[in-house]
Design a protein around this ligand. Sequence first.
Ligand code: HSE
Length: 437
Amino acid sequence: MKPVNVGLLGLGTVGGGTVNVLQRNAHEITRRAGRGIRVSCAAARDLNRPRHCNTEGIRLSVDPYSVVDDPEVQIVVELIGGVELARELILRAIANGRHVVTANKALIALHGNELFAAARERGVMVAFEAAVAGGIPIIKAVREGLAGNRIEWLAGIINGTCNYVLTAMRDEGREFDEVLADAQRLGYAEADPAFDVDGIDAAHKLTILASIAFGIPLQFERLHVEGIRHIARTDVVYAEELGYRIKHLGFARTTTQGIELRVHPTLIPYRRLIANVDGVMNAILVKGDAVGPTLYYGAGAGAEPTASAVVADLVDVVRALTSDPENRVPHLAFQPDALADTPILPMEAVETAYYLRLQALDRPGVLADVTRILGERGISIEAMVQKEPVEGQDDVPVILLTQRVREGQMNDAIQHIERLDSVTAPVTRIRVEGLGR
Ligand code: HSE
C-alpha cells in the first residue's frame, strides 16, 4: 500500500524531531500503522536556517497554505504554535478534508470547541496528544485507558519551567529570578516566559485535561490561574520543614456543587510520588473511581519526546483513515452530544487547606490577634511555626497551616490579618492538597 503523505507546518525543534523519529523508526511505524508515513512537504518561515533533520525528499516552502492546499497531503501536522495563523490554517486543512495533528495547547484550549465541530462536520480527525505534557500519553490514557471510570480528580505538574524553577530554588537555595534566567538560557521556557511562570501554559493544558476527564466543553476562561512569581525561597524552606514540597499544579476535581478548575502553587506532602517529580519533568496523577490513583510521568517538552506524541497521533489517524467517522474515538472523549454543562465553581467556593506566611512585629498579643481572626471565621490551625527575630530586625516570620476552609472565608481572614498594625507585609498564601484520596 502507498505511504500516507503528511504535510508539516513548522520545521523547528518539534518539527525536526518529528521528521527524525518518522525516518529513524520507519520500519516499526509501518508495522504498527499498516502503511508507511512520510513527510512529503513542509513549510518553514526561513528556509536558510540550519535544520536538525534530513529534509531530502521533502518539498520545502515558506508558504504554509501550499501545505494545507496540497492535494497529495492526507494529514496536516501543525507545529508552528501561536493562535491566529494556526487556527486559520487548521480550519482550512479541515475544510479541505485533511486530518490534523497538532501540538498546540493554546489553540486547543481556546478554540478546540470550534475546531472539533468543524472536524466533525467534515468527518476528519484532529489529534492533539502532544499538546499536554509532551511525550506522556496522557490524553490517550484518560480518554481511552480510563474510559470505564468516573474521574474524581486529577493533579498535574504540567509546566516543566515552573517545576525546574521550584526544584532549583529548593536544591540550590536560589531565588526565583536567577533560576528563571537559567531556564530561559537552557530553552525550557516558552518564548514569552510569562506563559510559564504566570501559569497560562499550565492552564491551557489543564483546560484540555479537565474536558476529557469530565466530559465538559473546553472552558479556559473559567479557570483560576496563578503562577509562581510570589513564591520566595523561604516558603520552599518552611514547606520542607513542615513535611511538604511546593509544586505548581493544575488541579481539577468534581464536587457535588460543581467542578474545580485551578492552577496554582500547592504544598503537597513530600512522601507522595508526585512530590518527587523534579526538574523539567512532568507528571499527572489521575484518580478514577474504579482504578484508584494512577500516575503518569515523563518528559513534558523537547524535540523527540514531543515528536513521540505527534507520531503516535499520526499512527492513530492512519489506522482510522478508513473507519466510519461516526465511530471514531470522540475528540473530547465523550460523545459530542453528551457533553455536560456542569458548573465550574468560582474560586471563593473552593475548599482547601492553606499555608500562610505573615511578617509580624515581635511583640505580645500579635499571635492572639491572628488566631482570633481565624477562629472567628471557623478556620482551624493545624500547625504553626514562629522563627526567632534576626538581629536588627523587629519583625518575624510566622507560618501557619490551616485545615480545609472555603476560599471566600480565607480571603476575608487574610484581609483582616493584613489590617493589623502588627502585620508588616502582605500575607503569602499557598494552597495545600493532600492528594491522598
Ligand atoms: N514551556 C513548556 C514547559 C513546554 O515549560 O513545560 C511544553 O509545553
